[in-house]
Design a protein around this ligand. Structure first.
Ligand SMILES: [Zn+2]
Ligand SMILES: [Zn+2]
Length: 165
């Protein structure tokens, strides 16, 4: 069940197998360029943002290839990251994470940090494993510690914004 924090921020997952109260969430993604929600993000990118260099590069990749899946996942992560920043700034809305929280655990958006390399939100205890094994974008940072520091400063950046409001 999504947890409603005192700020009105609801944690939801884009994992299509995740169900809350017997209902699966719509698997939507936020567009990086216009911060709108889409069920079919690739189609939207192709029609609305084909002039963007990143979208152009994405479209050049072979259909159904691993490279294309990865490039698309990175664009989705970045869109969701910007959306989540807005949610924290406003103090309400749906906070998107890729991985579902373990069943029965009461966790909130505060328990997540963004990966500075791929912008995926991870539970803090999963961070190290993600960087070592799960991250789609590797080797921009030379140590896990530096990455973790970068992640923390990304969080501070948007907590700072939310305190100003
Ligand atoms: Zn858009
Ligand atoms: Zn990552």
């Amino acid at each position: 069940m999504p947890k409603q924090s005192q700020h009105g921020i609801v944690l939801v997952t884009t994992d299509p197998t995740y169900k809350a109260e017997g209902k699966a969430f719509k698997k939507t993604s936020w567009c990086l360029f216009c911060n709108e929600e889409f069920i079919k993000l690739p189609r939207h990118l192709q029609t609305a943002h084909k002039q963007e260099a990143e979208v152009e590069a994405l479209m050049k990749l072979p259909k159904r290839s691993k490279e294309k899946d990865h490039a698309l996942a990175l664009l989705k992560n970045r869109g969701n990251y910007h959306h989540n920043m807005e949610v924290v700034k406003k103090g309400s809305g749906l906070f998107m994470v890729t991985r579902r929280p373990p069943p029965g655990q009461q966790i909130s958006h505060d328990d997540y940090v963004p990966c500075p390399q791929c912008f995926e939100f991870l539970q803090k205890q999963m961070f190290k494993r993600h960087v070592k094994e799960g991250c789609q974008k590797k080797k921009e940072f030379n140590s896990t510690r530096k990455l973790r520091q970068e992640a923390e400063s990304m969080m501070l950046e948007y907590r700072g914004i939310s305190q100003e409001m």
